[in-house]
Design a protein around this ligand. Structure first.
Ligand SMILES: [Zn+2]
Length: 151
C-alpha cells in the first residue's frame, strides 16, 4: 500500500501502545496486514522512473506531514514515532534494495513482495481508484481513532 497509509496507520497504532516494543511489533504487523488486502499501488500503469519517484515523494511527503502533525499534538511521542517507522520500514528497505543503489532482492524484500496479495493471485484486484479510496479511508480512520481516543 501507499507509504502514507503505512506511516499513518503505524503512527495511530503506536499511539495506542503502552511501550515502544509493542509499537514496533504491531507497526510491522500492520504493514503485512495492509499489504495482504487486495489493492493496486501507484506503479499500476508502469510509469517512468521520474514519474514513480515523483509519486513516491508526494506519497511519503503526505504521510510524513500527517505523522508530524500527530507527533506534535501528542504527549507520548516515542511510541508514535516507532509505530510510524516500523509501519513503513518494509517499504523503506525496498526503496534501498530494489529501487535504490543496492539493486538486490534480499530475503526480506522477497517476503515483503510476496505478502502483496496481487502477486499471489493476479485473477482479481481492485482498480487504482478503488485502491486509492480504500487507502484514504484507512488514513482518515486511523487519524480519527487517534484524534478522538488518544489526542
Ligand atoms: Zn509494503
Amino acid at each position: 500500500m501507499f507509504g502514507a497509509t503505512h506511516i499513518i496507520v503505524g503512527a495511530a497504532i503506536g499511539a495506542f501502545c503502552p511501550n515502544f516494543w509493542l509499537a514496533g511489533l504491531l507497526g510491522l504487523l500492520s504493514h503485512a496486514t495492509l499489504d495482504a488486502i487486495p489493492h493496486e499501488d501507484y506503479d499500476f500503469d508502469h510509469p517512468s522512473m521520474p514519474t514513480l519517484v515523483a509519486r513516491g515523494a508526494f506519497d511519503f511527503g503526505t504521510g510524513l506531514a500527517l505523522a508530524a502533525l500527530v507527533f506534535t499534538l501528542s504527549p507520548d511521542k516515542t511510541n508514535i514515532a516507532v509505530g510510524a517507522t516500523f509501519g513503513a520500514l518494509p517499504d523503506i528497505i525496498d526503496i534501498g534494495f530494489i529501487y535504490g543503489p543496492l539493486h538486490t532482492n534480499i530475503f526480506f524484500t522477497r517476503i515483503h513482495q510476496n505478502i502483496h496479495w496481487f502477486l499471489q493471485n493476479k485473477k482479481w484486484r481492485p482498480n487504482f481508484a478503488v485502491s486509492f479510496s480504500l487507502q484514504v479511508t484507512l488514513i482518515v480512520a486511523a487519524l480519527a481513532a487517534w484524534f478522538f481516543f488518544k489526542h
